[in-house]
Design a protein around this ligand. Structure first.
Ligand code: GLA
Length: 386
């Protein structure tokens, strides 16, 4: 929907005009998967699609929430703003407001809020982070609270932990807040230092393939991976004090991996240590224009997520395998948390039509689901639109 259409929808919902319009993007991660909560680096881009939030003050001492994808308006009084709801999409904006309150911001002004987004839900492209960050950006602006973009990302991450009950890392919220057009964000998830790296792909495009797999990344499977990595760190601490797996080079890991007696924790740790190295190599390759190498690292990342981290599943594996067969594909891998969701592929422009036709046909024949394809445009982070 256009901004004009959204403003009309706001008026139709609340009987008065919106006072401001905000936007925050979804993301696609090029490489560096399940490294963020292990203190490693990630390399995501903000997308040109995301979530819009329209807002106006009210004098009723309540917060009204309406999503254009949901039938009802949810109304909460000020004393209900720090309690999570059962099974409600409102937990994402509400979790953010609760974080503002925790950080000492008084919520004494009522607002009417309307949300609309075009990030496909459950596709692993961070629709939830886009919603959290757009809410944080809007309240920061409306209440002049002076948080910087990194604070807003941390607020969004805490909202996800406490109101969506997913112990996620910082990647999704960070890139939604700090992304930049035609750049990928090389983020050190331990220090939160980052570099914007120009994505110059000379005749190559980023293609996102949506598996529409019914297996969603649920909080259970994700939190289990987080716990397994923690276990690996605990076992490694018997021979070497580390805080995060990402502190170890591959050589360090080889020397002490015997300390991880739990075989599952061992595999998880091996993925993380390898993925940290691949991410660093990939960023270097992109800067040097070595796209072929970048693609090989993407493929190796997928294999490691499949074999050691075990977060791919038949649909993501099929989508990547079918992509690898196409001439003109530089690299292809799952992106985001995994299980269902999307792959990201680098595809030569002249091969894109064949890619979509062949991968689409073969994936549907093998899995029985019609996939969707999007050519990604790399956009900016959170912003006030009007
Ligand atoms: C999800 C989480 C991120 C990150 C990825 C995996 O998207 O929200 O913090 O851990 O999975 O890389």
């Amino acid at each position: 929907m256009t901004t004009q259409e959204l403003k009309k929808a706001f008026e139709a919902t609340y009987g008065k005009p919106a006072e401001a319009v905000y936007f925050s993007p979804g993301r696609v991660n090029l490489i560096g998967e399940h490294t963020d909560y292990n203190g490693g680096a990630v390399f995501p881009c903000a997308l040109s699609f995301g979530t819009n939030l329209l807002i106006a003050k009210n004098d009723k001492q309540v917060m009204n929430f309406k999503s254009l994808n949901q039938p009802e308006i949810v109304t909460l009084t000020f004393d209900q703003l720090t309690t999570r709801l059962e099974n409600s999409w409102v937990n994402y904006p509400l979790g953010v407001i609760a974080q503002f309150i925790k950080r000492g911001v008084a919520m004494t002004q009522g607002f009417d809020i309307l949300i609309w987004g075009n990030v496909p839900n459950g596709a692993g492209l961070s629709s939830s982070a886009a919603l959290e960050v757009v809410t944080a950006y809007a309240f920061n602006d409306q209440l002049s609270t002076g948080f910087n973009r990194t604070d807003l990302a941390l607020i969004g991450q805490k909202a996800e932990h406490e109101f969506a009950l997913v112990n996620c890392g910082i990647m999704d919220q960070f890139v939604s807040a700090n992304g930049a057009k035609d750049h990928a964000v090389h983020l050190n998830c331990d220090t939160l230092e980052f570099e914007l790296v120009p994505v110059k792909l000379q005749g190559v495009k980023i293609v996102i393939s949506n598996t529409h797999s019914p297996h969603k990344l649920d909080s259970g499977a994700y939190n289990q991976r987080v716990a397994e990595c923690k276990k690996a760190v605990e076992q490694l601490n018997t021979v070497r004090p580390i805080k995060y797996l990402a502190e170890l080079t591959e050589a360090d890991f080889k020397a002490i991996e015997h300390a991880i007696t739990d075989p599952v924790a061992h595999k998880r740790a091996r993925h993380v240590v390898g993925e940290v190295q691949r991410t660093s190599d990939a960023v270097k390759a992109l800067k040097e224009g070595k796209l072929e190498l970048f693609g090989q690292l993407m493929n190796a990342s997928h294999a490691s997520l499949r074999d050691d981290y075990e977060v791919t599943g038949p649909e993501l594996d099929c989508m990547a395998e079918e992509a690898w067969k196409i001439e003109g594909v530089i690299g292809s891998r799952m992106t985001g948390g995994g299980f269902g969701g999307c792959t990201v592929s680098l595809v030569k422009e002249e091969a894109i039509d064949t890619f979509i036709a062949e991968v689409g046909k073969n994936y549907e024949a093998r899995i029985g689901i019609k996939p969707d394809f999007y050519i990604a445009e790399i956009g900016d982070g959170a912003t006030r639109v009007e």
